[in-house]
Design a protein. Sequence first.
Length: 81
Amino acid sequence: MTEKDVTISIPAGLTAKTVTVIVEKANSFSSSIVFESDHRRVNGKSLLGVLSLGLKCGDTFALSASGDDEIDAVEALSAML
């Protein structure tokens, strides 16, 4: 498993449009992907799951991936945020 703490740098935070792009990217990886914030864990490949975290600019969360392409997944997704 690869894990990284990520701080949201997108000024508008994670809007539905932004999350759609992130989830599409997450789904391009075979690894399972998890976003965790305030002790809530959600599937990083789920639009509603990621939106339910309500992450705003400046918020920090844990991004983790487990699978064959976990390192690439964490790096690519964290770069988008």
